[in-house]
Design a protein around this ligand. Structure first.
Ligand code: PEP
Ligand code: MN
Length: 346
């Protein structure tokens, strides 16, 4: 449940409410806001008696139960979109965030060339995998820490923020030392040990939807991270597995507005993994902007024919530049509608 305190409720009133919450056997999960404090409460069992008692206390405006099983990521908990700082930019606000870069970090030359080019074209976040989840154990597994160092170099040279994948709870601290955003791959969406460790990572997390995960399962996984202490979670639709074979995955484009109804977390579209084909990436990106994603994460490589992973779906640098140019009118409309939404939220 959520307890909204009255404007300027006193410290003593807030403390008394927290004490009463404990008295009923529930836990205070979070206390947010300065002028108007909102207290998030967790626990098991019937909340009705606690709700009635708390609502009568001095300083309490209202107490409302959250019916969704994903409590803290739900729109019921927070009616307006969360804005999350990603190093030098912010997602969830009035800026459409473009994240771009190779599937894998391969060499200094490859990552630096890509970073300069995508930054110049307008991308704010550089992507690149140093730890790669590969279907075959014989495929390139990533440069690991060496790759993280190259990403750091590219970040220092361009001023971009960096997003990179972490595959194991054991590596969370290491990757957090180098990256601005931790990417959780589709195959790890329900790696619960990893999700719990991310609660203490001290970095925003982008959680990708699992290959056969429902929207609700994606939200439950996000809830794990938030419940373990990290409210800065971004969700990513990257296509799901269906009977269709024309594309690598099937993009569940409806998941984006559906998520926007169900959660306050920012939502990103990955048109590269969703399609597996570079020719389809610009059209799907336009759809992502139009349907209300907060950003796009796209694979770009200076020479996709030579890429060690996902070459077929990676845009060449010139194609990325063209796509950015062609997206501009769509992004302009997006900004207009986002500003209207944000004005209502104030
Ligand atoms: C990737 O971003 O390169 C990746 C492996 O993505 P996913 O986890 O969505 O397959
Ligand atoms: Mn990839």
């Amino acid at each position: 449940m959520v307890i909204s305190m009255k404007l300027h409720a006193t410290r003593d009133e807030i403390d008394a409410v927290c004490a009463q919450i404990h008295e009923f056997g529930f836990k205070v999960h979070s206390i947010e806001g300065e002028e108007r404090v909102v207290i998030g409460v967790v626990g098991r069992g019937d909340v009705t008696p606690a709700l009635e008692s708390l609502e009568g206390m001095p300083g309490v405006e209202k107490a409302v139960p959250i019916s969704a099983p994903y409590k803290f990521v739900s729109r019921e908990f927070k009616p307006y979109k969360s804005q999350i700082k990603l190093g030098s930019c912010e997602i969830g606000g009035d800026e459409f965030v473009m994240m771009a870069g190779p599937c894998s970090v391969e060499s200094e030359k490859q990552i630096m060339e890509t970073a300069y080019a995508v930054a110049e074209a307008g991308a704010k976040v550089l992507r690149g995998g140093a730890f790669k989840p590969r279907t075959s154990p014989y495929d390139f597994q990533g440069l690991e820490e060496e790759g993280l160092k190259l990403l750091k170099k590219a970040r220092e040279a361009t001023g971009m923020s960096v997003i990179t994948e972490v595959m194991s709870d054991k590596d969370v601290q290491l990757v957090a030392e180098y990256a601005d955003v931790l990417q959780i791959g589709a195959r790890n969406m329900q790696n619960f040990a990893l999700l719990k460790a991310l609660g203490k990572a001290g970095r925003p997390v982008m959680l990708k939807r699992g290959l056969s995960a429902t929207v609700k399962e994606l939200l439950m996984s996000a809830e794990y991270i938030v419940a373990h202490g990290n409210p800065n979670v971004i969700l990513c639709e990257r296509g799901i597995r269906t009977f269709e074979t024309i594309t690598r995955n099937t993009c569940d484009i409806t998941a984006i507005p559906a998520l926007n109804e169900l959660t306050h977390l920012p939502v990103v579209l990955d048109p590269s993994h969703a399609t597996g084909k570079r020719s389809l990436v610009p059209a799907l990106s336009r759809a992502g902007v139009a349907i209300g994603a907060d950003g796009i994460i796209v694979e770009v490589h200076p020479c996709p024919q030579k890429a060690v992973s996902d070459g077929a779906q990676s845009l060449e640098i010139g194609q990325f530049r063209d796509m950015m140019r062609d997206l501009q009118p769509y992004i302009a409309l997006w900004v207009k509608s986002r500003m209207t939404e944000m004005a209502v939220a104030v």
